[in-house]
Design a protein around this ligand. Sequence first.
Ligand SMILES: [Zn+2]
Length: 521
Amino acid sequence: MKNKKKSKKWLIITIVTVVVLALGLTSFFLIKKYTGIDYKLTRHGYTSSEVKTLKKNFNKEELNEILKKDYQKDYVYIVSSNQFQKDDYLVYLDELKEGKDKDSILNNHDPIVIDLRKQENYKEDNLSLYLEYLNSDKDKEKVIPYINYLKEIDSNDNYKEDYKEEYINYHFENEKETIDNVIKYINFKNSVKNNSLYKEGYLDKYLEYFMKNQSKSEDDIVKYVNFDNDVKNGKNYNKNYHSKYVDYYLKNNDKKIDDIISTINAEEKKKQEQVLATTTETPIDVSKVDAEKFKSAKYYIADFQERYVNYQARNPSKSTQEVIQAVNSNIDYKFYTNMKSTKTSEGYLMLVNKFNTVGSGYVPKLKSVTGGGQMEPTAAAAFEKMVAAAKADGISLWNVSGYRSYWTQQSLYNSYKKRDGQTKADTYSARPGSSEHQTGLATDICTASSSAHFEKTDKYKWLINNSYKYGFILRYPEGKMYITGYKFEPWHYRYVGVEAATYIHNNNITFEEYHAYFVSH
Ligand SMILES: [Zn+2]
């Protein structure tokens, strides 16, 4: 009986203890749950996954601070999910509470944006594109120039999204190239590769030719470049006649390379025989000529020694200096004989006259000038500078004829020839290929007519005294027709650069003489 009583007592004690413990634990967990941060956040409307994020980004103290100030839930969540410098989080939240624009606040505190804004050429309008670019795996150094350039070009009419990267890469390699040219270059590069006549090794050549002849069709460009290069491997190819082959091909592009070469070679052979026949007409006695005297003369060119002697023998009354001048200017030959191709690589010092010609394939880059018409860009810029300087002196100048194509010159010359006959036409108009206007370096200023008597105007007086300062020379002066092949043209000026123009002005020589001594020898 006693044992039964005892065990009952222990049972009660055990039950009471368990109940008390259970109650204690339950209330402990309940109190904890309803005073803990999770509970508070949930009561402020955060979902359980948001609570998780918040707890990851803020500690308990920070969360209590946030809850105490009663920031709007959305903002808290935005701030917590952006990786800011956390020290400032209350500042962002205060700004948000004040009602400032959410995006701009986020940006203002984003270390990536802060860094971008410090960089050169940063543009606020492009910010979202910068950020988008930075999200991809690209070269982070380039983000600003890359996006800025892209924004500049994507409105261009010829812009193609597919070539975006190529435009930009080309631009960074050729920073001076205009947007138009960059786009045209890359578009052409991509389209020409699909041309049926495309040849792999000529890509650079197609592009180079295209940039100088943008108005030509892709087919014409490919055909021209193919011929220009393939002809060099032709049977009996003679490099001296290269431009003649090309000219002939342009008019007869259905003919075979070898046929074109043999046609031109035969024509040239015939011409040479004619020249030989005219120059050997009179036998020359060189025995009386002092061959040594030329060597110490001004502008002596050793290559011409034999020609000096021959010319002196045929013209005994001429002075040593006159002989030098004549031979250097080629006038011991007849005009339009002994023709050579102009070295266009000499740039604004290239010589085009009745002995040196440019083919129809030569088209310079061009720029519009005052008065209308176009000139080669360097010459055009110098021309505009001269026009402005003249204007400051009360003189108004403008271009009436700048660049002319081979074909324009051809029809011009043919019409003069028809009207006046070849001999007379040759004194004032160039045969196609021989006109300086084809280089884009020449300008007829205000008029191109003898009857206007431009030489009597203040404009002419100003030009004679000043044009050399801008790199222009009076190309066909009075009394120099025997050298230049043209009668006096007071309106025709040629860009040769300031250095050459100044020399020619100060020494009163023609461009033919200057070119022989200073450029080609
Ligand atoms: Zn002219």
